[in-house]
Design a protein around this ligand. Structure first.
Ligand code: SF4
Ligand code: SF4
Length: 321
């Protein structure tokens, strides 16, 4: 990594003003790239360490050994990427552009239909990892044109990064009781990404929480995976079981999965704030190849060649035939 520039949040005047000016520009560039919002977080996440350690000690990460592997580096950006002094956080709304009003009712109805196959809304379009990573890199390149070369690394949905913690610290959304980030004007249907940088930028104000006394996500979870507010046992979560889990699904959880074949949206569908969820500005997340309305039998009949063809460029391909 190159050396940090002169922007230092503790320097009170010129450098700080320069930092605010830069972040205002970065905001404009990010919006042009399809991001819905960006923020800036610091790298002192010590307050999150006890919760992270307790979650790992309870084995809630299941077979996601890489979660434990990164240990406290997840809460220490400067150890993960030496030289990091700030994190640019970004979110991107992902609901398909042509999704009509009443989309939640349509999704609930699909879940009740034993003929239908339910794929999580976020996975019906292009692989978001590719979309976000490429655009975060473009954003970093644009910054480098403005301030000169600087050290950075982009992440999206990356195991070593405490994404929701960074998002809430930088004002992108609060951590809901289902553990996903959400906001009052956009619900939770958005992706998160980060750029770790060795340039100090002024931190954004943190997001305030608005779950209140609601517990709808906890109550609706088919497998009781949200074991307490803000605490997810991934081993019981259908998103984990259908995407990340290595090995057979425990027999007692199988009937509870219903027709959810890739991910699960229930705790987000039920969330009252998702009536404000936003459509994507990019075409990338529009539904492809009928993944929004496929039947279980049609998918069951796919050969490996058909699977590869239909899932080209999709996150679903990552889990294999
Ligand atoms: S994604 Fe589904 S299974 Fe996982 S916590 Fe939410 S409702 Fe429960
Ligand atoms: S369903 Fe209720 S408790 Fe859960 S995240 Fe939404 S507002 Fe918070």
């Amino acid at each position: 990594m190159s050396q940090p520039t002169c922007l230092d949040t503790h320097a009170p005047t010129a450098a700080r003003i320069e930092g605010f000016a830069l972040i205002a520009q970065v905001r404009d560039w990010a919006r042009a790239l399809g991001f819905s919002q960006i923020g800036v977080a610091g790298v002192d996440l010590r307050a999150a360490e006890p919760g992270l350690l307790a979650w790992l000690e309870q084995g809630f990460h299941g077979t996601m050994g890489y979660m434990a592997l990164h240990g406290l580096k997840r809460a220490r950006p400067a150890e993960l990427v030496p030289g990091t002094v700030s994190v640019i956080t970004a979110r991107m709304d992902y609901l398909p552009r042509d999704l009509g009003a009443g989309w939640q009712a349509i999704e609930w109805a699909r879940l009740q239909d034993p003929q239908q196959a339910t794929v999580s809304l976020y996975a019906r379009g292009r692989d978001y990892h590719k979309v976000l990573r490429a655009r975060l890199q473009q954003l970093a390149d644009r910054m480098a044109e403005a301030v000169g070369p600087f050290g950075h690394r982009v992440f999206t949905d990356s195991a070593p990064v405490l994404e929701v913690e960074l998002a809430s610290r930088s004002g992108l959304g609060w951590r809901g009781k289902h553990t996903v980030a959400l906001r009052r004007d956009a619900g939770s249907m958005f992706f998160l990404g980060e750029i770790y940088i060795d340039v100090a930028l002024p931190e954004s104000a943190p997001a305030s929480a608005h779950c209140g006394s609601c517990s709808a996500c906890i109550d609706v979870c088919p497998t009781r995976a949200i074991v307490a507010p803000y605490r997810l046992d991934a081993r019981r979560c259908i998103s984990y079981l259908t995407i990340e889990h290595d090995g057979p699904i425990p027999p007692e959880l199988r009937p509870l999965i219903g027709n959810r074949i890739y991910g699960c949206d229930d705790c987000q569908l039920v969330c009252p704030w998702n009536k404000y969820a936003q459509r994507a500005s990019l075409p990338d997340f529009d539904e492809r190849e009928g993944l929004g309305d496929a039947t279980l039998l049609a998918l069951w009949a796919w050969s490996e060649e058909e699977f590869l063809r239909h899932t080209e460029g999709s996150a679903i391909r990552r889990i294999g035939y």
